[in-house]
Every structure is written in C-alpha cells, then in structure tokens.
Design a protein around this ligand. Structure first.
Ligand code: GDP
Length: 140
C-alpha cells in the first residue's frame, strides 16, 4: 500500500478537555506519523469555508459555530494507507456506533462534538491539507 498523507483536526470539544496528547498517542500507536501540526482559532466563516460541502445539511450552522467555539489542532498525518487508517482509528461519526478503542468511542461527546475530523479520500486530503498548510510547513 502506498504512503499517503491525510488532514486531521482535533476539534474544540477535545482541545477544551485537554485531550490533544491522548488523541495523538492513538495516531502514533496506529503507525501514523504527525508530520505537521498547529493549534489555531478558526472564525465561523473559515469553518464554513472548510465545511462548504455540508452547506445544505441541517446541522451546518451548528457545526460551524462549534468549530469556531475554541481552538483546534490541525495536523498532517502520514503513513501506509493513512487516509483509511485514520478513519479506522477515528471510529464512526456517531460515537454510539464507534468501535471500542477508537478515538470517538473513547472521547467523543456526541455526533456533532465528536473530537476529530479526518479526510475521506485522496482528492479531499490534498485539498484539505492545502487549506491549512503551505508546503514550507510540511517537512516530513
Ligand atoms: P465524518 O466524516 O465522520 O466527520 O462525518 P460527516 O462528513 O458525515 O460529517 C462532518 C461532521 O459534521 C461530523 O464529524 C460532525 O461533527 C458533524 N455532523 C454530522 N452529522 C451531524 C448531526 O447529525 N448533527 C450535528 N450537530 N453534527 C453532525
């Protein structure tokens, strides 16, 4: 399997509860390398731009408010099949459906406040990485 890069976000519910280190340990235990990382505060407009694909969904406004409610940690994860592997480590969107041991099973508070974001395909991973990082910020 090829080495891939994927965009990960540790969401406000998790930064608020001081869970960045515990979540990062889950990535590293799964063989994902955190090759770029920064803690930023999104505006609601920036969150809206990032989640534009969900504009028509009923939870869009709530999602944008939430993502701007506290700092987030944006990251580039690298590894063999990193996109799918990260989705596996994250667990299902709704923590009630997430497999035991996954980040969302252990830490998520609800389907909306679910601790992490991860890209779902190679094209979106490339777009999402460039939304937050310049090439100069990714040193491998
Ligand atoms: P993901 O790829 O597993 O993050 O899930 P989606 O792409 O379907 O949704 C993106 C994000 O929107 C989720 O991670 C949640 O934060 C939020 N979201 C999804 N469904 C709901 C919902 O029913 N209610 C609320 N409030 N937020 C939701």
């Amino acid at each position: 399997m090829a080495t891939e890069r994927t965009l990960s976000i540790i969401k406000p519910d998790a930064t608020r509860r001081n869970l960045t280190g515990k979540i990062n340990a889950k990535f590293e235990e799964a063989g994902l390398r955190i090759i770029a990382q920064k803690r930023i505060q999104l505006t609601k407009a920036q969150a809206g731009e990032f989640y534009a694909v969900h504009k028509e969904r009923p939870f869009y406004d709530e999602l944008c408010e939430f993502m701007a409610s506290a700092p987030v940690v944006v990251q580039v994860l690298e590894g063999e099949g990193a996109i799918a592997k990260n989705r596996e480590v994250m667990g299902a969107t709704n923590p009630a459906d997430a497999a035991p041991g996954t980040i969302r099973a252990e830490f998520a508070e609800s389907v909306g406040e679910n601790s992490v974001h991860g890209s779902d395909a190679p094209e979106t991973a490339a777009e999402e990485i460039s939304f937050y990082f310049s090439g100069l910020e990714i040193v491998g």
